[in-house]
Design a protein around this ligand. Structure first.
Ligand SMILES: [Ca+2]
Ligand SMILES: [Ca+2]
Ligand SMILES: [Ca+2]
Length: 406
C-alpha cells in the first residue's frame, strides 16, 4: 500500500528492466500495446459496491493480491475449505464452499469458516508473468512428460490434472478458439476431460477460464461466462447485489486475458556467472529438473512472439504427490490432497523484492527461504531433497545462486 501510494515520485530515471516484472513482451503492434494497457488498467481497477463488487468477496481488485504482477504475500491469500465424508470430498456448497469470501458489501454478512470444515488450505497469489507461453503449450507437450505409473522407475510420476467438461469449460473453449482463429486445436478432450494448466492444483484450462473464475470467486464480479452473482444463503445474502449482470463486459475480460497473455517472462540475472552455471548443472544432477523442466516449446499462437517459441518456466504443469509435508487434506478436481502442480520457478529470484523484503514460498507461503522450500519436498520430491541435503555447503550455495538468477 505504502509503495503504491508514494512509490513513483521517489523513483528517478528509468526503472531497471532486469528487476521489474510488469511489462509487455517485445514486438507487440501498436494495437496490441493498447489492448495490453487497457488490460493492465482493468487488472488494477478497484471495484466498489456500485460497480457490482460482491455481495461477498475476498478483495477489490486483481492487483490487490497480485501486487506488481509478482508472487503475492500471505497477508492477501485465499482460503478454501471442505471436508471428507465417507471417503468423498465434500466442497460444502451449502456453507459457501469451497472458497471463503471473508468480506461483504454493506448489508450482507461475510462468510465464516463453517464448523464442519476439516480440510482447509490457504493459497498465496502466484506471479502472473509469462503465462501466455504456458497457455500456448500444446496438450501433447504436457502429456509427453507425464508418467502416471512411474514406468521409468525414477520415483517421479507426474500426471495431468484432468478437468471435467462443464458448460463453462465448453463455453470458454469456444470463445478462446474463436479468438485464436479457426485452426486452433489447443484444447483436445481426452475421455471427455481437458488438461488443466493454471492454479496450484491446475484446475483451470486457460487464462480466460482462470480470469472469469477470479472475477467471480475473488471479487464477486459477474461476466458473460459466469453471469450469476456470488451469494451465500447461509449467511443471509439472499440475492445479488442489485447491479445488473454481467458486471464486466466481454471486452474488459478479453483485455485482461490479453494483458496476462502478453506479460513478458521474468528476466534472468547473472545467468553467465560461473557459480550460477555450476548451480544449474547441480539442479539437473540432483533431480530438480525432473519436475521443474527447464525449457519447453510453445505451440501455435496468434501472438507471433509466442508461437513456437522456446521458453524456460521450470515446470511441467503436472501434478505430483509431495507427501505429508504438503498435504492440507484439501483437494480440487481429481488431484489428491498431497498433489500439487509443479510451481514454475521463473522469477523465483525476484520474490523477495515482489513481497516487499520477506520471502514466502510454496502454495501458502509456509516456507520463508529457498532451502526451507526444498525441505518441504516430500513424496516424489523426497529423493531430490535428500540429494540437496547431501551436497556440501559450497555446492548448496551454487544451487541457490542459480535459483536466485531465475
Ligand atoms: Ca457482483
Ligand atoms: Ca464462498
Ligand atoms: Ca450483480
Amino acid at each position: 500500500m505504502l509503495l503504491l501510494a508514494c512509490g513513483e515520485p521517489f523513483l528517478p530515471g528509468a526503472i531497471d528492466p532486469t528487476t521489474t516484472l510488469d511489462g509487455p513482451i517485445d514486438g507487440l503492434s501498436a494495437t496490441q500495446v493498447a489492448t495490453h494497457a487497457r488490460g493492465d488498467a482493468e487488472f488494477a481497477r478497484r471495484f466498489a459496491a456500485i460497480d457490482g463488487l460482491g455481495p461477498t468477496f475476498v478483495a477489490t481488485s486483481c492487483e490487490s493480491c497480485h501486487v506488481g504482477d509478482g508472487k503475492g504475500h500471505p497477508l492477501f491469500d485465499i482460503t478454501r475449505f471442505g471436508r471428507y465424508a465417507e471417503g468423498l470430498f465434500d466442497r460444502m456448497p451449502a456453507h459457501g464452499g469451497p472458497q471463503l469470501q471473508n468480506r461483504a458489501i454493506l448489508g450482507y454478512a461475510a462468510e465464516q469458516l463453517p464448523a464442519g470444515a476439516t480440510a482447509i488450505a490457504r493459497f498465496t497469489a502466484p506471479a502472473v508473468t509469462g503465462l501466455g507461453y504456458l497457455e500456448a503449450l500444446d496438450d501433447a507437450t504436457i502429456l509427453a512428460n507425464a508418467d502416471p505409473t512411474d514406468a521409468n522407475g525414477d520415483g517421479i510420476s507426474g500426471r495431468p490434472s484432468m478437468v471435467d467438461s462443464t458448460d463453462l469449460v465448453i463455453d470458454v473453449i469456444s470463445v478462446s478458439d474463436l479468438a485464436a482463429g479457426a485452426e486452433q486445436t489447443r484444447h483436445r478432450p481426452t475421455g471427455g476431460q481437458y488438461v488443466g494448466r493454471f492454479g496450484k492444483k491446475a484446475r483451470t484450462i486457460n487464462l480466460l477460464h482462470q480470469t472469469v473464475f477470479a472475477y467471480s470467486e475473488d471479487m464477486g464480479i459477474t461476466s458473460e461466462h459466469v453471469p450469476q452473482d456470488l451469494y451465500s444463503p447461509h449467511v443471509g445474502s439472499q440475492g445479488g447485489d442489485g447491479v445488473a449482470d454481467p458486471e464486466v463486459s466481454a471486452a474488459v475480460v478479453d483485455a485482461v486475458v490479453f494483458y496476462l497473455r502478453t506479460l513478458r517472462p521474468p528476466p534472468r540475472r547473472n545467468a553467465g556467472d560461473a557459480a550460477v552455471q555450476e548451480g544449474e548443472a547441480l539442479f539437473t544432477q540432483i533431480g530438480c529438473s525432473a519436475c521443474h523442466i527447464p525449457t519447453l516449446r510453445a505451440g501455435r499462437s496468434d501472438i507471433p512472439q509466442i508461437s513456437g517459441a522456446l521458453f524456460s518456466p521450470y515446470t511441467d504443469l503436472l501434478l505430483h504427490d509431495m507427501g505429508s509435508e504438503l498435504d492440507d487434506g484439501y483437494t480440487e478436481g481429481d488431484a489428491a490432497p498431497s498433489e500439487w502442480r509443479t510451481a514454475p520457478l521463473w522469477g523465483i529470484g525476484l520474490v523477495e523484492r515482489a513481497q516487499g523484503g520477506g520471502a514466502h514460498y510454496l502454495h501458502d507461503g509456509r516456507a520463508t527461504s529457498l532451502p526451507d522450500a526444498i525441505r518441504f519436498h516430500g513424496g516424489e520430491g523426497a529423493s531430490s531433497r535428500a540429494a540437496f541435503t547431501a551436497l556440501d555447503a559450497a555446492k548448496q550455495a551454487r544451487l541457490l545462486a542459480f535459483l536466485r538468477s531465475l
